[in-house]
Design a protein around this ligand. Structure first.
Ligand SMILES: *Cc1c(COP(=O)(O)O)cnc(C)c1O
Length: 365
């Protein structure tokens, strides 16, 4: 019997989420963010599933573009970090990418490519966005340099260039920095009529002024709420279900310990189920004792340390648990954010870290 550990990816749920998120901002266009292998869900499969609805995809850096082009995806792809090397600019037309430029050296690279390029196509079509740092302080040109940059690079500031920024706390409604960043952005743009892009998933859900010409949506499409607390509950369906099975069962006596380092000791006679997934599959090694999973409709709790290929759950009293019983590590019956809270991380990280060793099984219809 082969190991039955896999991630079910529900493409109907993906389409549902895209529709729900787009409906929130009917006058905006949507960039579908599929960096990091579509947050672990499979960039090619996700892009193919949404290609007829998509106006633009986004990835973090150029290397993430190739597999999408090889798979026949034709929409423009926004490269969120811009070029890492000047030579990457040569690929602009060939790969139909749109660069998010966020630093002076990138402006220089693209401008010199435009001057060198003989392609009339590239001169006609705008091949970049401009990103400004309104307070996240990670990437972006500085708002106070806006006017000077515009004078220095008039051809990079044409009226159709999208001007973008990224909010540092869109997932914490009411936080002061949201207002501060929006005000800085607005003041910087002044009377300019360029299309704008501010919102990620969280901002698109709760922040009306952030919904502009283009919204950039990632996590919400995969059905995980971007909000850590439940004050905002978006209507989303989980896309990824991480599944495994029980591969061994035993009863241990009171006083026996479990797993590496003997970190958990049975206070009474205990039934243990060993499950065929571990940190080699991307399940977090620091998941603490008590982290839940669903086994045969029961909520079972993790005992002992996470190993590379296995987890151990206390299934005492769950009479129907047997070898081969299905185990849901997260998904429809156990929200990924619940697991994330136990582990001290966010749904984004859990999803993204599911490793290559776990086959993705795509569901549709
Ligand atoms: C990843 C990313 C997004 C998408 O964010 P979500 O919270 O997943 O919706 C948007 N904009 C930028 C610049 C990003 O890096």
């Amino acid at each position: 019997m082969p190991r039955n550990t896999h991630a079910i990816i529900d493409l109907d749920a993906l389409a549902y989420n895209f529709k729900a998120m787009s409906a929130l901002a009917p006058t905006s266009k949507q960039v579908i963010v599929i960096k990091a292998n579509a947050y672990g869900n499979g960039a090619v499969a996700v892009a193919l599933a949404l290609q007829h609805k998509a106006q633009m995809f986004a990835v973090a850096f150029l290397d993430e573009v190739y597999e999408l082009r090889d798979a026949g995806i034709t929409q423009p792809i926004l490269v969120l970090q811009g070029p890492h090397q000047e030579q990457e600019c040569e690929q602009t037309d060939l790969l139909n990418v749109v660069w998010m430029l966020s630093a002076q050296h990138q402006l220089n690279w693209l401008q010199s490519w435009l001057h060198r390029s003989f392609s009339q196509e590239s001169k006609k079509r705008t091949r970049h966005w401009l990103k400004f740092d309104t307070g996240m302080h990670r990437l972006g040109l500085m708002p106070e340099d806006y006017s000077l940059l515009k004078q220095q690079h008039p051809e990079l500031f044409s009226h159709d260039v999208v001007i973008a920024t990224h909010l540092s706390a869109a997932d914490e409604p009411g936080k002061n920095s949201i207002e501060v960043q929006l005000k800085r952005f607005e003041a910087m743009i002044g009377k300019d009529q360029n299309p704008l892009s501010i919102a990620n998933s969280a901002a698109n859900i709760h922040l009306l002024p952030a919904r502009q010409s283009w919204n950039r949506m990632g996590i919400s499409l995969f059905g995980s709420s971007p909000f850590e607390n439940d004050s905002v509950k978006p209507d989303l369906k989980p896309v990824m279900q991480l599944m495994s099975t029980v591969i061994a069962l035993r009863v241990i006596a009171k006083g026996e310990s479990v797993g590496y380092g003997d970190t958990w000791v049975a206070e009474k006679e205990t039934v243990l189920a060993t499950v065929g997934i571990g940190y080699g599959d991307g399940y977090p090694r620091h998941a603490p004792i008590g982290t839940p999973a669903i086994i045969e409709q029961h909520t079972a709790h993790l005992v002992g340390r996470v190993s590379m290929d296995m987890l151990i759950f206390d299934v005492t009293g769950f009479k129907d648990v047997k070898i081969g019983s299905k185990v849901e590590l997260w998904g429809c019956n156990l929200p990924i954010n619940t697991v994330a809270k136990h582990v001290g991380t966010i749904g984004y990280e859990l999803m993204t870290r599911v490793s290559q060793r776990v086959p993705r099984v795509y569901l549709r219809g």
